[in-house]
Ligand binder design. Structure first.
Ligand code: R5P
Length: 292
């Protein structure tokens, strides 16, 4: 499906060496947002580094008590001091995370699917008003571009954007990839751009090579990358480094942190890559030093 228009395509020029200017506000493509949106985004992205380390632990909303998240009350709190932003569902937030925490939250608002059935067949299950009631700094759902439920999942995203716009709440657009599709730069570039055109305020997509710099250049709002399946710690740090080096403004990482041999050491190593531009080998040295 994604290849449909390939035949008539002419060469593209993403000018990847020319960063998009960000006059008036530190975040790409966000200068014309209202004060509330900017304030919330400034909680998610560190205004000094312009980057974020988001901790994703929403996996249970489709997978149940998946490995590493069997006991969120035990596994997540030790990571919170090193996390810039939480991404989770409202049930686990309310039951497992202490409300005294001073961290921004991106609220997972979709439901309707589990790993037992079709993952892409989702609806919005959490209103923006309820997300606001839980002090969310942003709301999120995913779009399955090119998938059977492309239209419905884009409609879910549009609903969050429309409701969020009323209250100054940004929307994170996640580009989920159906099994039949390839995570290459052409697909991820298309998916990221489509959700940005719809009006999301930042995008979560996957790192790919080659061509991730073109995915970033073709997307007029900030991109953060998902971690994906667990891989060796040095590989995960290398992926994060390459993504940041090519213009990503952060990570929204789950399994490669909470399934690491030492999650607390791993998230600190990821931070040095994201906020300080540390090389992966050095970040891995730090991981080894901090590891218990
Ligand atoms: C998937 O269910 C969630 O949207 C996750 O938040 C996302 O995949 C990021 O987590 P991970 O780094 O484990 O891929």
């Amino acid at each position: 499906m994604v290849d449909r228009d390939k035949s008539g395509e002419t060469a593209k020029d993403f000018s990847v060496d020319v960063p998009m200017e960000t006059p008036g506000f530190f975040l790409k493509g966000s200068a014309h947002l209202n004060w509330g949106m900017k304030n919330r985004l400034s909680r998610i992205f560190n205004p000094k580094s312009g980057k974020t380390v988001m901790l994703a632990f929403d996996h249970g909303y489709i997978m149940g008590p998946t490995s590493g998240l069997e006991r969120i009350d035990l596994s997540i709190p030790p990571l919170l001091p090193y996390t810039d932003c939480l991404m989770c569902a409202r049930g686990t937030l309310r039951s497992c995370i202490q409300p005294e925490i001073d961290k921004p939250l991106v609220m997972r608002c979709s439901t309707g699917a589990t790993i037992l059935k079709d993952l892409s067949d989702e609806v919005i299950g959490v209103t923006v008003q309820d997300a606001i009631a839980m002090n969310a700094s942003a709301v999120t759902t995913q779009a399955y571009i090119g998938g059977e439920h492309e239209k419905a999942t884009l409609a879910n995203l549009a609903r969050l954007i429309n409701e969020g716009n009323l209250y100054g709440v940004p929307t994170l657009g996640v580009t989920a990839v159906g099994r039949e599709l390839v995570r290459d730069s052409r697909y991820l570039g298309l998916a990221s751009r489509v959700v940005a055109e719809l009006g999301v305020h930042f995008v979560k997509t996957y790192y790919c090579e080659p061509g991730f710099d073109e995915v970033v250049a073709g997307c007029p709002v900030p991109i953060v990358i998902a971690g994906g399946k667990k891989m060796p710690e040095l590989d995960a740090l290398t992926m994060a480094y390459k993504a940041i080096d090519q213009g990503a403004l952060g990570v929204d990482m789950g399994r490669n942190i909470f399934l690491a041999e030492d999650p607390v050491a791993m998230i600190q190593a990821v931070r040095t890559v994201v906020h300080d531009g540390e090389k992966p080998e050095k970040a891995y040295d730090l991981y080894q030093t901090l590891k218990k």
